[in-house]
Design a binder for this molecule. Sequence first.
Ligand SMILES: [Zn+2]
Length: 208
Amino acid sequence: MHASTLACGPFFNCGGALLSVVILLVFKPLAYYAFIQAFRYRVSRPIPMSVAQAVKLAGVRAGLGFVLVGAGAFCFYQWELSYGGDFWAYSWVYLYLERLLVWAGLGWYGAGLRGRRFVGWTLSGTALNAAFDFAIVVGVMDGITKPVLILGGIAALIAVLHKVGRRDSLKYRFSSDPSCTKCHYNLTGNLSGICPECGTPIATAAVP
Ligand SMILES: [Zn+2]
């Protein structure tokens, strides 16, 4: 313990820092996937979201976060070097604009969400990132106990989203074996909204 205290200095907790890395690399992508899958039956499309599509969206979310937050951190660091001053407030504004805009873009174009489901997705996705940010900050400063509690809270909230997102009124909007009304081609997993066999547009399930 003494060695790690020396290596990390005061106000820096090695156990919490290590957990933060695990959160970034493991828990966050898994939570993205679980969160996105909770919207499986909330899509404004004829077909529920597939596992492959949720994996893809989670990967895009994690990748964009890595690139945009990394580029932002680099720019703010350069800005501070060039002009001096403390730009941490701007960097937090940038960080949360990134969260809101990326979740909004993924929800609208990627998951096909509309209306209050789109708003719910964007706000709860941003809140998910906020919870992870908070867990990482308190982990680095204050050890692993609080981050573990926060991770438990995140898991519980996603579990509730899944439970509510699988209620019958949502599921019954989709037939178990979707097929084209014209040529009866099986449309399971179709995302384009157009039958690949005959080109007939697929009627979008009504959003109750
Ligand atoms: Zn067809």
